[in-house]
Every structure is written in C-alpha cells, then in structure tokens.
Design a protein around this ligand. Sequence first.
Ligand code: AMP
Length: 293
Amino acid sequence: MGIATEAQQEHKASSESTAAEKKRWTLNDFDIGKPLGRGKFGHVYFSREKKSNHIVALKVLFKSQLKQSQVEHQLRREVEIQSHLRHPNILRLYGYFYDQKRVYLILEYAAKGELYKELQKCKYFSERRAATYVASLARALIYCHGKHVIHRDIKPENLLVGAQGELKIADFGWSVHTFNRRRTMCGTLDYLPPEMVESVEHDANVDIWSLGVLCYEFLYGVPPFEAKEHSDTYRRIIQVDLKFPPKPIVSSAAKDLISQMLVKDSSQRLPLHKLLEHPWIVQYADPSGVYKG
Ligand code: AMP
C-alpha cells in the first residue's frame, strides 16, 4: 500500500529529528479525476496519489458548511475512529489534510459505489445476496465491538461496494468509542432501536438491532417499521411491531433470524458470533464472504 496512514506518518515523524520533516499531504500530491458523488458537506473525487499511483476517493468538505452545521466535533471523531480500523468490510481512511477553506479525507475507493442504489435498482435482494452481506457486516461489527467502537448508524446509505462485490461500511459519523453506556440520540429514525428512540442507555447491541433492520430491508425492500408519520415509526419501533408481508416470499429461517435480532430487550438480541452460526447464514451466505452475483 503506497499511502501511509496518519498514524504511520505520526510514528515516522516522531522517529525523525524535527517536526518540520513530517510528511503532510497536500492537494499537489494527487491527480484529481471525475466526481464520484456529492454529499451533504462537499464532493468526492476519483483520485490518484502521484508517487505511488494508488487510486483513492478524495472527499472534500467545506469548513464553512461543517461549522454551520456544528459537525466539526463529529468529523474529528469519525476520522479518529475510522483511521484506526483495518477490516476488509470497513472502508479504509488513509489520512486527511486541510487548507484554509476545506478538509480533505483520503478514502479507499469503492469501485461499485453505493449499495443503496443497487437495492433501489433490484427492489430487494435474493436470500443468497442478503445473507452474504449480513454475514460480512456481522464480522465487521464483531471487529469494531472488539475495539470498543459501536457504529450506531448502520443503514444502506452508509454502505459502499468494492471492486470484488465486497461490502464496505463507509460512514463513521455517528460511531463512538465506548467504555461506558451512552444516552445520546443519534442515527436515522427507521434504524433506531427502542432504547435509542426512548433515550435510555444503550451499548454495542444497538448495532445488532440495526443489522436486523438492514437484513429485513435487504429481503423486503423496505425497512420494517416504516410509516408515513415519524410518530408512527416511533410507536412501531417501541412496540417492536414486526410484520412479515407475504410477498416477496422469504424463508422461515430468515424470518427467525430477523426476529431474534429485533428484540426490545437489548441483552436478549442474538449475539453477532451466534448470528454467524444461524442456519439461514450457514445455508445462504457465500463462504468466501463476497457476493459474486
Ligand atoms: P458522502 O459525502 O460520503 O455521502 O459521499 C457522496 C457520494 O460519493 C456517495 O454517495 C458515493 O456515491 C460517492 N462516494 C463516497 N465515498 C466513496 C468512495 N470511497 N468510493 C467511491 N465512491 C464514493
């Protein structure tokens, strides 16, 4: 890998004599290619690091917009957490730099783009595809939880697809390093577990709930507690008003797994390592961990 992480740069720098020698990325280190997409705070460009020829996605964020929305703190946390994670199903953050007006994030390039668009195109996924994705996300979350990181915002919009079809968790904006229980309200309503809707204490088991919601959406094309009004979604989440429509036809094993994840009492949710042994995952998930189509 041609690109040193911020941590590697720091380490290298500390072993060198002066801070002035410390390698800092600048825009001149990159050839900027076509725009890959536009986010709330800026744009993402296909880019090449000139020295190594390494392809990356350069995310350009405007400081003024970050300030206005008061998300600088959240961004700092995202960078701090994501740059330390190394997992095939977690998008790498190689480093960052900034100038007067902008902050630049050097990200792993996900060649097949947003999973959300794939899901919209297909309406819903096959059980084989859904199970392969759910298993790879469970492995990524086991890794995160082992590092005391809870994601808290697992949903299709935050997932990208790599060149081989592998899923990548991309957005750590709501993630948190946790050694104690949290009470903050965050994430998007449809994916929030009851304990976060009700603002009571929550822990890493919030990610099991969200993975259950995601699994349902993969198979049915809509999240389970969707409603016209916010207040109805709230109520449905709190009551765990879980219904399985007759169409599309989904195996009872998949429904069993979802029912074991969408449990109100967070301590009773199926642990992620047990999820990997569930008959539905064993039968349908591709053992290579990659959905090949
Ligand atoms: P974001 O600001 O993270 O929402 O990104 C805006 C859009 O840029 C996304 O919806 C993707 O289509 C694209 N994008 C972001 N990051 C990457 C990446 N690492 N690789 C490929 N495309 C990306």
